[in-house]
Design a binder for this molecule. Structure first.
Ligand code: LLP
Length: 463
């Protein structure tokens, strides 16, 4: 949706922030391929299909709301990242974006590694057969149980985040007779241009060891002395939904600076650096993300240049995209329940889900697109707000959207780019039942995470 100042008394200026005019798209039936997954298309009868399946058939068979995951798109994105970084680098998919056993198998088959940040994610990864040495464990407060399970199962690396944790991991590894490979997470002091809640490299936040404050160098000093640890590298993650790669340049510069300092002080060169995840995706046509090969080329170039000027061998690089792989693969299919026109304001379109299946709009002011998918329409555009069925007014799925003015109860609408941080952050608010994830490919659909039932809710409620 394009936003611009509209000097001539715009139709919607009174309801949009700061006199901004939201222009209706030229064609409400068009589906921007940057925003929708690659097998999505609108057929001749106007209905949309994904993975070769008509959304009306999917809704009939699996109900709504439902997350419809385009498996070919997911696998293609894995391959694009893998191929872009090549054999001299490792791609760790960030499981927090969305994880299930099927996803773990796809990652394994497509040659990716996996970043987990809890015992639950670790259990899912191991249950689906991801080799432990291809798993990294993250977190600012890993429990001793999580650390023990990770070390016992032989995870490839644990990313250390505090002085207490350095001692804890070393102690557990020594007791188990292991030498655990670890990276040290550093805070590089970059202001990432993203929402405050998903920026992680500025000084005043909970993750990592500060480079500027000297804690990062001290963490390396302590970790190198401990028999239970093999320090293999430095880790930095600057935030999420970032389009401007200059933050990664600064991060690479500072991380390589630390490697040089470690070489000078300890006479060792650490063999790995990880620059984290955080690459943005297109939620609307306004967003213009970069392709994995461009990102790979620029990160490699930066690291190589920085290493040359510090006279260091180029370390093995790794990255941890979550959203950039999972996000664009999925659409959420909803059925319209009520359409309430507020004359002179806008039309509220209520769907059968809401903040329980997509908290991102309420939490981060995230923007999404939406389209009528069960049919085409030639009706006029109407300014709409897509809201859920939960008992609060912040329950908004898409804040400003144009939908056809003939939209009616029973129509199906879809919100694209919901593959990351929607199912994984879904809740049972108002005792909503979390929707299923249905993977579609080549005209076949398969439930990979089933819909919750009332029995599931009552099973936890032990009376
Ligand atoms: N690596 C580390 C250490 C991370 O903490 C994260 C995300 C990632 C990689 C993956 O970031 P991605 O490529 O997916 O942006 N719930 C928020 C995002 C929180 C991200 C947390 N860490 C959202 O919905 O936008």
């Amino acid at each position: 949706m394009s936003r611009s100042a509209h000097p001539a008394g715009p139709r919607y200026a009174d309801v949009l922030p700061e006199g901004h005019y939201v222009a209706p798209p030229a064609d409400l039936n068009a589906l921007d391929p940057r925003v929708w997954s690659r097998t999505v298309s609108r057929g001749e009868d106007g209905a949309v299909s994904v993975g070769g399946l008509d959304v009306r058939v999917l809704a009939e068979e699996f109900g709504t709301p439902a997350y419809i995951l385009d498996e070919d798109d997911f696998r293609a994105r894995c391959r694009a990242w893998r191929d872009a970084f090549g054999d001299e680098a490792d791609v760790f998919y960030a499981g927090k974006a969305f994880l299930s056993r099927a996803v773990v198998r796809w990652l394994h088959e497509e040659g990716l590694n996996l970043d987990v940040c809890s015992a639950g994610e670790l259990a899912t990864a191991l249950a689906a057969g991801m080799p432990a040495e291809r798993i990294a464990l993250h977190g600012n407060n890993k429990t001793t149980d999580e650390i023990r399970r990770a070390v016992e199962s032989g995870v490839g690396r644990i990313v250390l985040d505090s002085f207490q944790e350095i001692a804890r991991v070393a102690h557990i590894a020594e007791r188990l007779g292991r030498r655990q490979r670890v990276q040290i997470r550093v805070t590089v002091g970059v202001e990432a241009h993203t929402h405050e809640f998903i920026a992680t490299a500025h000084e005043d936040q909970k993750f990592g060891f500060s480079l500027a404050g000297g804690q990062a160098a001290e963490a390396v000093r302590r970790a190198l002395k401990l028999d239970g640890l093999e320090v293999v590298g430095i880790h930095s993650h600057i935030g999420s939904q970032i389009f401007d790669t200059s933050g990664f340049e600064v991060a690479a510069h500072r991380v390589v600076g630390l490697l040089a300092q470690i070489r000078d002080e300890h006479g060792v060169q650490l063999p790995e650096i990880d620059l984290g995840g955080g690459l943005g995706i297109a939620y609307t046509s306004e967003d213009d993300p970069r392709e994995p090969h461009e990102i790979a080329r620029s990160l490699r170039a930066i690291v190589t240049r920085e290493c040359e000027s510090a006279d260091l061998a180029v370390p093995r690089l790794s990255v941890e995209p979550g959203r950039a792989i999972a996000g664009p693969t999925t659409l959420t299919l909803y059925e319209v329940g009520t359409v309430k026109e507020l004359p002179g304001l806008r039309t509220y379109v209520s769907v059968d889900g809401g903040m329980s299946d997509n908290i991102r709009t309420a939490l981060y002011d995230a923007e999404y697109s939406v389209a009528l998918v069960s049919r085409g329409s030639t009706a006029e555009p109407m300014l709409a707000r897509v809201v859920g069925k939960h008992c609060e007014s912040g329950d908004i799925v898409v804040r400003d959207a144009f939908l056809p003015a003939d939209l009616a109860p029973g129509d199906l609408i879809a919100v694209p780019a919901t593959g990351a941080y929607c199912r994984s952050m879904a809740s049972n608010y108002n005792h909503a039942l979390r929707p299923p994830v249905v993977a579609v490919t080549g005209g076949e659909a398969r439930v990979i995470v089933r819909r919750e039932t009332e029995e599931d809710l009552l099973r936890l409620d032990v009376g």
